[in-house]
Design a protein around this ligand. Structure first.
Ligand code: DQA
Length: 147
């Protein structure tokens, strides 16, 4: 049995569907989870899907993915723009890292144009709403040879 793809989401994404739906869409995080599970399942893989509002908890899970996951899909949310600690954790990983955003941060406020996570990411998927997560899981599967 191959290791799962870790799909981690950062702060405020528990409110997906209610939070600024004109930017982030109306799908809930449970909807996103189902889409990720379907995408992985179709490629013979599974996902570990988690969300936290806490930087340290996300870092603990990144460290867990280092040994327990085959790839990491990460929507760091606001921490992508601020967290050197999250970047440092990502730099310890040898597995592929796909950064994922529902919106296209490059087309928004200036402060969203830079993410620390991008410095460690294999690639970035952004701007496709909930489908960004599916595309990111498909990309991660491709990177581990399970496309
Ligand atoms: C986000 C974009 C970030 O700039 C923002 O802070 C989020 C969500 C996205 O998925 O589009 O919380 O990561």
């Amino acid at each position: 049995m191959s290791k799962p793809i870790y799909v981690l989401s950062g702060p405020n994404l528990n409110l997906l569907g209610q939070r600024e739906p004109e930017i982030y869409g109306r799908d809930t995080l449970d909807d996103v989870r189902a889409r990720c599970e379907r995408t992985a399942d179709a490629r013979g893989l599974s996902v570990v899907f988690r969300q936290s509002n806490h930087e340290g908890e996300l870092i603990d899970w990144v460290q867990e993915a280092r040994t327990e996951g085959c790839a990491l899909v990460l929507n760091p949310a606001g921490y992508g723009h601020t967290s050197v600690a999250l970047l440092d954790a990502l730099k310890t990983l040898a597995i592929p890292i796909v950064e994922c955003h529902l919106s296209n941060p490059a087309a928004r406020e200036d402060f969203r144009r830079h993410t620390y996570v991008s410095l460690a990411a294999t690639g970035v998927v952004s701007g496709f709403g909930a489908a960004s997560y599916e595309l990111a899981v498909a990309a991660a599967a491709g990177l581990v040879g399970a496309a």
